[in-house]
Design a protein around this ligand. Structure first.
Ligand code: ACO
Length: 341
């Protein structure tokens, strides 16, 4: 299905770009599986067994999501040692913006007083961080920009149908940010690859300004602009594409699986991670997982996990790590980083 996309993308580089700093902001409100048991016909046992999720964070009702993004961005800037006025570009990856306009990126730009930065939103659902990283890498490698801030923030709790047990148990809210900037040669973002399968997009939908008859039929609740998903179709796609994209990015980078220290995948379901690891013949401890704490936090999933892995000492200078994800669209992507900090 994806064999045609095997050309390496690591050449044509004037400069090298890498992640200079990371930061996260998590809502304080922890919502456990037992809390969900009181709302829908489910059980802690089912959710843990079928997904690996134990709890998730839920944003306060009166807090705009961009505020969570600004908090994560401030931490990333501090960790990178970069002032907000040095930023050339702000990209916000999100499925759940506060407004269609102004963009989340403009709201973050205002909040940070990053007056020299251009700003735009990017929607690639759960693959939003990988897509944003590829955009930042290309802007920096060509010399067009020096410092790019990526903010991934999601408030899935605002778009799920809390009466639909097949989806409401899966998602959570969070924000994460990274600063991407110039690094020494042969470090940083070694390679990225992106893909989309728009013909499968109907398997995860969140209507916004328009709703079709088909979308209406799928939603039995009163609220109609909610997330709907065919979980088993997405599951099948996810396991195959995670394994494919991981192999591809390692090969594109001229490396072998033995050179990889850690794989940080999108956290959607522990069974997807286990299935992909099995296909790749990887041991469990090579695949980072924190899904039990946050559930699926869409675009924020990989950068939250990356921030944790760095803080836990699982990633050190010079380590090769693979970031790999898939999501609504459907989209997929991977990046190989040689940790530069
Ligand atoms: N509690 C109890 N039972 C449940 C629940 C629940 N929360 N949800 C579903 N069930 C029931 C179903 O009704 C079904 O019952 P039935 O057999 O009587 O009909 C049974 O459990 C099995 O349902 P399945 O859908 O087959 O369950 P499955 O094991 O496939 O797990 C899940 C469902 C967790 C959704 C899985 O398919 C999955 O993780 N899919 C991938 C989702 C994903 O990765 N999405 C990412 C993209 S999202 C984005 O980009 C925004």
């Amino acid at each position: 299905m994806w064999e045609h996309r095997m050309e390496p993308r690591s050449e044509h580089r004037l400069k090298w770009a890498g992640i200079l700093g990371t930061g996260i902001s998590l809502p304080g409100n922890i919502f456990t599986n037992h809390d969900l048991e009181k709302m829908v016909d489910t059980s802690d046992e089912w959710i843990i067994k079928r997904t690996g999720i134990r709890e998730r964070r839920i944003i306060d009702k009166d807090k705009p999501l961009h505020q969570l993004g600004i908090e994560a961005a401030e931490k990333a800037l501090l960790s990178a040692g970069i002032g907000s006025e040095e930023l050339d570009l702000i990209i916000v990856a999100t499925d759940t913006p506060d407004y269609l306009t102004p963009s989340m990126a403009c709201l973050v730009q205002r909040g940070l007083s990053a007056r020299n930065a251009a700003a735009f939103d990017l929607n690639a659902a759960c693959t939003g961080f990988i897509y944003s990283l590829a955009v930042a890498d290309n802007f920096i490698r060509t010399g067009y920009y020096s410092y790019v801030l990526i903010v991934c923030c999601e408030s899935l709790s605002r778009v799920v149908d809390w009466k639909d047990r097949s989806t409401c148990v899966l998602f959570g809210d969070a924000a994460a940010a990274v600063v991407v900037g110039p690094v020494d040669g042969n470090l940083g973002i070694i390679s990225t690859c992106l893909g989309a399968e728009g013909n499968l997009g109907h398997n995860i939908t969140i209507p916004c300004c328009y709703i079709s008859e088909e979308d209406l039929e799928k939603r039995s609740g009163e609220r109609k602009m909610t997330l709907w998903m065919d979980g088993s179709e997405v599951f099948k796609f996810a396991v195959g594409i995670m394994a494919f994209a991981t192999e591809k990015i390692v090969m594109d980078s001229g490396l072998s699986m033995d050179d990889i220290k850690l794989i940080i995948p999108h956290q959607a379901n522990i069974r997807i991670l286990d299935g992909a690891a099995k296909r790749l013949g990887l041991s469990e401890n090579m695949v980072y997982s924190n899904i039990h704490k946050y559930g699926n936090i869409s675009s924020a999933s990989i950068p939250v996990a990356l921030n944790e892995a760095v803080e836990d000492g699982r990633v050190a200078l010079g380590d090769n790590i693979v970031l790999v994800g898939f999501g609504g669209g459907l989209t997929w992507g991977a990046a190989l980083l040689r940790w530069a900090k």
